[in-house]
Ligand binder design. Structure first.
Ligand SMILES: [Zn+2]
Length: 355
């Protein structure tokens, strides 16, 4: 096993929590409990992002913010049909081809869970087999026999829905399969870093946390960056591996290490930080690879706060992100943990990068 029992348990627990955009409360509760168990106080912004602070003894300490996002892609119930089935809007980006016949979970406003599925037609009933069913055509079935029955069970417009995606260890632990590695791996790495640095004196204040609503436009990034106002933000997220179609020539190959993300749709990387990241990964003997993304991360909104916040992305790639069956490489995860710890300790020494 590449990951130890505790590391695997943290990843399994975090990925399996219900938490689509706008309904991150259970993920927040988990982080709160674990930050507090490590002996740290927790803080929240008014949108629901959470962070903890490992305070420095240095009175003029600079601030470093290590952050991932709590939300996963999901759906919001938009209509209850007379036969008890429901329809829903997407929360975040889905490929509709990945959705039909998935098992889903609905959470009511009162916190009750219902299991169900997304209906699919058998091939002999398809009028046009080339038609890709869109999300606004999909019918979700939670087993209710009428609209009245659904309502009397507490089902309401606005309820949150996610796809089920059980956690499995593959190939003796070399690869991991689950829903929501995007971005529960970022939160898990934050916890790992806190555990390792708990008793290490740092010259800077270290904030570690999770934002809300990244998948619908990096909204928690705005408010949490405003609340923390860091001198340096490090965004840990999960990007799409490009080799899931068998093509190994693109940037972003599973198992090839931490992503050095030079640009994406909402941030051109700070060149000094990217050079520092590369140099640090080489000194730490951590595998890294270059990455360019048509998507974005919370970094896009964090770096534009105030008069600009120096922001570095520290991401991993996984296959099939934004589906219930995401594949992560265990060695990549170990490299990310090792690399983050090295970078933070190196920042503390202040010789190679001045905060
Ligand atoms: Zn993400």
């Amino acid at each position: 096993m590449l990951l130890n029992k505790d590391e695997l348990q943290t990843l399994e627990e975090l990925t399996q929590i219900f938490g689509p955009s706008g309904d991150e409360g259970l993920v927040r509760d988990y982080l709160k409990r674990h930050y507090q168990d490590l002996g740290f106080k927790t803080y929240e912004d008014n949108l629901g992002s959470i962070f903890t602070l490992k305070k420095s003894k240095n009175l003029n300490a600079k601030k470093v913010f290590l952050v991932g996002h709590m939300d996963e892609v999901g759906f919001m119930l938009s209509k209850i049909l007379s036969n008890g089935s429901v329809m829903a809007l997407p929360l975040g980006g889905h490929n509709p081809q990945t959705l039909l016949s998935n098992r889903v979970i609905l959470k009511t406003q009162k916190g009750k869970f219902f299991h169900g599925l997304i209906n699919a037609l058998p091939p002999h009933l398809l009028k046009d087999s080339s038609h890709v069913t869109q999300i606004n055509e999909m019918v979700f079935d939670f087993g209710f026999t009428s609209k009245e029955e659904a309502i009397s069970n507490g089902i309401r417009i606005g309820d949150s829905i996610i796809c089920e995606g059980e956690f499995k260890v593959l190939n003796n632990g070399k690869r991991l399969l689950s829903k929501a590695f995007d971005d529960r791996l970022g939160l898990a790495l934050g916890l790992e870093v806190l555990k390792e640095l708990k008793n290490v004196d740092l010259d800077f204040d270290l904030f570690v946390g999770g934002t809300v609503q990244e998948e619908v436009g990096c909204r928690g990034a705005f408010t949490s960056a405003y609340k923390v106002h860091p001198d340096l933000a490090i965004v840990v997220d999960c990007s799409p591996a490009r080799d899931s179609n068998g093509n190994t020539d693109d940037l972003g190959i599973l198992g090839q290490g931490v992503l050095v993300r030079v640009t994406d749709s909402n941030m051109i990387a700070f060149k000094d930080l990217v050079n520092y990241q590369i140099d640090a990964m080489e000194r730490a003997n951590v595998k890294y690879q270059y990455f360019i993304s048509p998507g974005g991360t919370d970094a896009g909104n964090i770096h534009k706060q105030f008069d600009g916040i120096k922001t570095l992305t520290f991401c991993l790639c996984a296959r099939n992100i934004h589906t219930p069956s995401t594949l992560l490489d265990a060695e990549d995860y170990i490299n990310a943990k090792k690399g983050l710890l090295f970078l933070l300790k190196d920042l503390n020494e202040g010789k190679n990068y001045k905060l």
